[in-house]
Design a binder for this molecule. Structure first.
Ligand code: ADP
Length: 575
């Protein structure tokens, strides 16, 4: 490229020089011929005699061919031809020009000499009687001079060409090529290939530039690697989060979404990123939350019942936190989504429980207060009323106290303490204690209670107090809901999975639809009957909690009118 430019430049320069020199030479030669013509005219003017001899002398002195032509065009004498042989010269361009202006010149072919000549003719315009003097020089002579100059031009150009090419080679080898290499490497950088390294063993500025370039590449590679590691770390964290995480911009478009978000919102396989959030979440509450984002100054939490999820009830919690200092200065918001169905259930259960407890406490308290008021109003003086009223008050207070102790028991069992107070216990012993405790009451009611222990000890790791409470509740229920003449069987058994405490009665039984609910707090099949029997509605809830706390479970089977069987299954002790 460089070499071609140098050659082209030199060729154009030499052509131009040649052209200019030719012009210059011609002008100079013409001027020279004019001087010679004047010299010849001087010589001819001062001499007499033989014109031919004079012309020859003038030609010799002036060093050119001299021709004397009369004003009417006839050749009087010529230093190199016989005038008589020569035709009329008045029409020769140099002659006709000289006749008009006193001076004429022309380059043309000479018929007389058979070669190309440069002619210059002069005529003295002040003296019309004088002849036209013409001198001529063969063009060959001019060409020879030109050739000499041309040769020196060619030599100069040749030298310049060699120097230029050498310079261009040096320039391209030491300056242009390294820059080319670096440009290519920079191109690779731009395409994301940061492994490129420029190899160049030079100690000059270019070498330093290459060094700086390579270290820039290394630094870029480090930074990109670091960014990539950060990105991977963040995306691993995001994808392993159980909460859904969304980053939305001010227009409600999803900028970032993790897997959990797509799962919780049932967004399917399509990426949520780059789409408006409403495309995947069709819940008016979320639309409203998005609408409020620009005004948010602190996190806002909402709970939404997801009705799009099918038959199963599901509650989603959305926490929107505004972000103000994002890189682009836009207002983005992070939205955390979690499945709050269980939390919501627990909350509702707690609310129900508080309402139930208040209700259960209120009933005995109301009747106590009514009896006390009646007594105060004078009934206390009436012996026949005082005694039964006081007994009613006593019954209600013991009911209250049973209620409170059941509630406390339940809350203690729920708060998951007591593991440390467990011991290896033979369940036969536990059942024996329980049965003997209630035998008297059962006998009074006319219900037989029988214990069926295992042959060998059935040892389980249990909290004695809790397990006794559970078994007590089952046995008390069995006796309570069985009429006189009926029976209650308490069995300790071994099963494939562990040990079983079974309480079966021949009592009233429980309808099938109520069977799954009897373990709920305060659930009773027949409220009035349960109350009359002194029940709190918490007995089976306590049994269930005790069983679960011991790693076991409780099940009920029943047939109305025939009786019920409750079975606590416990893992056998390994110790
Ligand atoms: P309660 O204090 O009312 O007995 P529980 O939680 O112990 O409360 O029992 C819940 C309900 O289950 C009782 O109200 C009763 O209707 C029913 N139930 C429990 N055990 C029996 C049983 N052995 N036979 C018939 N019904 C029973």
């Amino acid at each position: 490229m460089n070499a071609a430019a140098v050659i082209a430049f030199l060729l154009i320069t030499s052509a131009y020089l040649e052209f200019e020199l030719k012009d210059l030479l011609l002008a100079e030669s013409t001027r020279d011929l004019e001087t010679r013509a004047r010299m010849a005219r001087e010589l001819l003017g001062g001499s007499d005699g033989d014109m031919q001899a004079n012309v020859l002398r003038a030609a010799e002195v002036s060093g050119t061919r001299v021709t004397v032509i009369t004003r009417d065009g006839a050749v009087r004498a010529d230093s190199e031809a016989m005038a008589a042989d020569m035709d009329d010269h008045g029409s020769r361009p140099e002659v006709s020009q000289a006749l008009k202006t006193g001076y004429g010149s022309a380059i043309r072919f000479s018929g007389t000499r058979g070669a190309e000549f440069l002619y210059v003719a002069i005529a003295d315009t002040d003296k019309p009687e004088t002849d036209v003097i013409r001198v001529a020089m063969p063009m060959r002579q001019l060409s020879r001079r030109l050739e000499v100059v041309q040769d020196s031009i060619y030599i100069t150009v040749g030298v310049l060409l060699i120097v230029g090419l050498a310079l261009s080679f040096v320039l391209s080898r030491y300056v242009v090529r390294p820059i080319e290499v670096m440009r290519a490497a920079a191109g690779e950088f731009a395409r994301g290939n940061l492994d490129v390294k420029v190899e160049m063993a030079r100690r000059d500025e270019l070498g330093e530039l290459v060094g700086a370039f390579n270290s820039m590449g290394r630094e870029l590679q480090n930074r990109v690697g670091q960014l990539e590691a950060n990105r991977r770390e963040i995306s691993t964290i995001m994808d392993n989060m159980s909460e859904g995480l969304l980053l939305v911009d001010a227009t409600g478009n999803v900028v970032l979404a993790n897997k959990a978000a797509a799962q919780l919102l049932n967004a399917g396989d399509d990426s949520m990123e780059g789409h408006a959030l409403w495309e995947s979440v069709r819940l008016p509450e979320v639309d409203e939350l998005l609408g409020s984002l620009p005004k948010l100054t602190e996190p806002r939490r909402i709970w939404v019942e997801d009705r799009t999820h099918g038959a199963q009830r599901r509650v989603l919690a959305f926490v929107a936190t505004p972000l103000f200092d994002t890189a682009g200065g836009e207002q983005h918001a992070v939205i955390l989504i979690s499945d709050a169905t269980e939390d919501q259930k627990l909350l509702e259960m707690r609310q129900d429980f508080v309402a139930n407890v208040s209700h259960e406490l209120k009933t005995p308290l109301t009747s106590i207060s009514a009896y006390v008021e009646t007594l105060l109003d004078g009934a206390a003086d009436d012996e026949s009323v005082r005694e039964p009223f006081l007994r009613k008050i006593q019954a209600n207070t013991s009911r209250l106290s049973k209620l409170v102790s059941d509630i406390l028991n339940l809350s203690r069992l729920e708060s998951d303490v007591g593991e440390e107070s467990r011991q290896h216990l033979d369940l036969n012993e536990l059942a024996r204690d329980c049965v003997s405790k209630h035998r008297e009451g059962a006998d009074e009611k006319g219900v037989t209670v029988t214990l069926h222990p295992t042959d060998k000890p059935a040892v389980a790791l249990v909290n004695e107090e809790d397990m006794l409470e559970a078994l007590d509740n089952l046995v008390v229920n069995a006796i309570s809901y069985t009429q006189a003449g009926g029976s209650v069987e308490v069995r300790v058994k071994r099963s494939e999975t562990g040990l079983v405490l079974e309480v079966a009665d021949t009592g009233s039984g429980i309808p099938q639809d109520a069977l799954t609910r009897v373990f709920e707090r305060f659930y009773r099949v027949d409220k009035a009957r349960s109350r009359a029997l002194g029940g709190t509605g918490l007995g089976l809830a306590i049994v269930k909690h005790v069983a679960i706390k011991h790693g076991g479970s409780v099940k009920a089977e029943s047939e109305v009118g025939k009786g019920s069987t409750f079975r606590i299954t416990l893992p056998a002790s390994k110790g």
